[in-house]
Design a protein around this ligand. Structure first.
Ligand SMILES: [Zn+2]
Length: 357
């Protein structure tokens, strides 16, 4: 385990007093990244399209590290993750990473998604998913054509229609981290999300991180639009906004909400605040190196630092607050943390034996 990951008394207290009885004993984590450092490009070839702070939390996340992280963070719980790689850069060894995820999934009895490249043809995409025993694909904006400026990237630039057609045919899953500065409230994102739902009703589309709506300002009228949808699912990973979780629950109900962690980054020690619509991760001074150049990071010391616990605990606590406010019962919580994903996996072709974790 990396030296920066240590369970402290403050963490044990949060888990014991706020989370342990809220979270069901068996849970499914719909959003985890598993990769080895050897798959990462050693030189950055493309313009950097992703924020830098996640790289400071974990250099890699082997399957052994993931299972050990669960043991440390969720004592007494059984967790089945959906695993996928982290081939964010076009220079990464995407094939090596996918092979590792596929082998890990089979060795540990865990469902997996392929990390897909939009340049793959329909046949390549289908053949790679089938031969690797994947349940679908994880797609990411940084794999779009480098000629497109980051602000102009659209969903179809990294989730092309010919790949959606394949997902539709098989009823496979796609984990979609939506692009664009305006995040969930972006009109083009919302239009395309609704269009995908209409044109590919059999594909199981998961909008990661509640569409990156981390602050109240990221929402706009998105939930009015989303309340009219029927299929798309939302994972709550790496999001700590109780306010936005509450809006999500009211808009789509508990059957389309999926618990996810986005491990390894959520083993980070932090608390997220919003200022003028921008999220800021408040972290203990020095723990993640020199973060002075990253506007999304702020350091604190003394008692303020000592109170900080894990990002993943903050996420679950925010969801607990939203569940309280909206009156979700324990069976609704079990739907979001287990049943919705279990049913989706089996529909997408996962052997039911994987659920006997
Ligand atoms: Zn992720």
């Amino acid at each position: 385990m990396p030296p920066r990951f240590e369970v402290q008394a403050v963490d044990r207290a949060v888990y014991r007093e706020q989370l342990r009885s809220f979270v069901p004993d068996r849970l499914i984590d719909i959003h985890t990244h598993v990769w080895l450092d050897q798959f990462k490009a050693k030189q950055l070839q493309d313009p950097l399209r992703v924020v830098t702070w996640p790289q400071r939390v974990a250099r890699d996340n082997s399957i052994e590290d993931l299972t050990e992280t669960y043991r440390l963070l969720f004592p007494g719980k059984k967790i089945l993750p959906l695993i996928f790689g982290n081939a964010l850069s076009r220079g990464d060894d995407i094939e090596g990473g996918n092979d590792y995820v596929s082998r890990s999934g089979r060795a540990y009895g865990m469902p997996a998604l392929i990390f897909a490249d939009p340049a793959w043809s329909e046949t390549e995409f289908e053949e790679k998913i089938t031969s690797g025993h994947f349940l679908g694909a994880k797609v990411y904006l940084s794999r779009s054509d480098p000629k497109i400026a980051e602000d102009d990237i659209q969903i179809y630039d990294f989730l092309p229609r010919h790949q959606l057609k394949v997902l539709e045919k098989h009823g496979w899953i796609v984990m979609l981290h939506i692009p664009r500065r305006e995040r969930l409230r972006d009109r083009l994102n919302l239009t395309q999300m609704v269009e995908i739902e209409k044109n590919y009703p059999n594909a199981k589309v998961i909008i990661a991180h509640v569409g990156r709506a981390y602050c109240p300002e990221d929402v706009g009228s998105a939930f009015d639009v989303l309340a009219e949808t029927r299929n798309m699912r939302f994972d709550i990973s790496a999001n700590t906004s109780a306010e936005n979780f509450e809006l999500l629950i009211r808009a789509v109900g508990p059957r389309r909400i999926l618990f996810g962690s986005d491990l390894p980054i959520t083993r980070m020690r932090m608390r997220r605040i919003c200022e003028h619509g921008m999220y800021i991760n408040v972290v203990p001074k020095g723990l993640y190196g020199d973060v002075s150049a990253d506007p999304h990071m702020r350091e604190v010391e003394g008692d303020d630092a000592a109170r900080l616990t894990f990002f993943i605990y903050e996420e679950i606590e925010a969801f607990r607050q939203a569940a309280l406010k909206t009156g979700l019962g324990s069976s609704d919580v079990n739907d979001a943390f287990y049943r919705n994903s279990a049913e989706m996996f089996c529909d997408a072709g996962m052997p039911e034996s994987f659920l006997e974790m």
